[in-house]
Design a binder for this molecule. Structure first.
Ligand SMILES: Cc1ncc(COP(=O)(O)O)c(C=O)c1O
Length: 379
């Protein structure tokens, strides 16, 4: 019986599609040690360096002591809610100026839970074609119908709205703000126009923008001053914040609805209170002092031709992408090949993600090898 699985693995391997878990001996600041070599880490979502900074960890532990248990032992709706969860939810409400907030165990849980519960059988979701797998998986589980518009293409979205909106009761438009694999930014102002014109709810996933964009670090919607127009906003704690988990902020009705209907929220043990406390502590005590570093990181991203700190180097084929990673490894960089199904067929790439520790001059060799615009040494 295992033969069939083995054949599928062989097929993946033959097509340079096979994924494997890598062993790293050390991670510290901008460096990662892999296969005995210290490399500049260009594959991390630890954008602000909070996840593995020993001083910050120690400072937090000095503050937290033994106040926060290491396990919650229960789902939130059972006995898994200590005051720290509510305190973090309240903090998020205040920051985003929204009525209610709900913490999920991860961004994956949040998106799957929301997209699978928010559209009933007479409802519809319009989703950007490059939205994250968690959004797609949730829509597939949902009772309602969904349509995917061409990536960040407002004409494609409007064509679908004209054709389909009238056939359904509720409609939800869902998009990432900073796209995880392309680093570009959704045309949110136009989407808001369309949401109003066609009477839809707007759901924005700020996973890669929360902590990075905006004076307060709240994301692209803060930068564009459009927070009041967003019906559901998701952010994650596992990337910039260096912790674990995610949240949705919205109005009271929708958060109450998700609390009752989002199965990934209801049927899973709550995150450890210590993780919740760490997220809250970082947001209150560290994030407000990162603005200058974040601006510098985004300027570097712009110089490399991206709208954000995520820079795709699109190679095309799987094996060519793997070869490029090998060349970059030899030159002192850790990068990962991103292949289908994570990205569309024929667009395999290296996804470079900057962190605030990385400087322009660190990337000179990389620019020469990949052909990225080499304007980085000018800073
Ligand atoms: C846009 C987007 N949303 C959600 C997630 C999932 O977040 P988490 O890693 O917290 O599950 C990711 C993860 O990479 C992502 O890129």
């Amino acid at each position: 019986m295992l033969e069939q699985y083995k054949q599928e693995l062989d097929a993946l391997n033959n097509n340079s599609h096979l994924r494997s878990i890598k062993d790293f001996s050390q991670k510290s600041g901008k460096y990662i040690t892999f296969e005995g070599k210290e490399l500049i880490n260009l594959s991390s979502n630890n954008y602000l360096g909070f996840a593995d900074n020993e001083e910050i960890t120690q400072e937090f532990l000095d503050f937290a002591g033994a106040k926060y248990p290491l396990g919650s032992a229960s789902a939130r709706l059972l006995t898994g809610t200590l005051p720290i969860y509510k305190e973090l939810e309240l903090l998020l409400c205040k920051l985003f100026n929204k009525e209610s907030a709900l913490i999920f165990n991860s961004g994956y849980h949040a998106n799957v839970g929301i997209t699978s519960s928010i559209a009933g059988k007479n409802d519809v979701i319009f989703s950007d074609k490059l939205n994250h797998a968690s959004i797609i998986d949730g829509m597939k589980l949902a009772g309602g119908k969904f349509f995917r518009y061409q990536h960040n293409d407002m004409e494609s979205l409007e064509r679908l709205l004209i054709r389909e909106r009238k056939n359904f009761d509720n409609a939800i438009i869902v998009t990432e703000s900073v796209f995880s694999m392309d680093g570009d930014i959704a045309d949110l102002k136009k989407i808001i126009e369309l949401k109003k014109k066609y009477n839809c709810l707007l759901y924005v996933d700020e996973a890669h923008a929360f902590g990075v964009f905006g004076e307060k670090g709240l994301g692209i919607c803060e930068t564009l001053v459009i927070l009041p127009e967003i019906d559901i906003l998701v952010g994650t704690f596992g990337k910039s914040i260096g912790s674990m988990g995610a949240f949705a902020v919205s109005n009271k009705v929708l958060i109450d609805y998700l609390t009752n209907k989002a199965r990934s929220f209801i049927f899973s043990t709550a995150l450890p209170p210590i993780s919740i406390a760490f997220s809250k502590w970082i947001i209150e005590n560290k994030l407000p002092f990162t603005l200058e570093k974040r601006k510098k990181m985004l300027t570097l991203g712009n110089k490399l031709g991206s709208q954000s700190h995520i820079i795709p180097v699109i190679i095309g084929g799987n094996s060519e992408t793997e070869q490029m990673c090998k060349r970059l490894f030899d030159a002192g960089y850790f990068t990962l090949p991103i292949r289908p199904p994570t990205v569309p067929e024929g667009t395999s790439r290296i996804r470079i993600s900057l962190t605030t520790d990385i400087e322009g001059k660190d990337l000179d060799k990389l620019c020469t090898i990949t052909g990225l615009t080499n304007k980085t040494t000018q800073d």
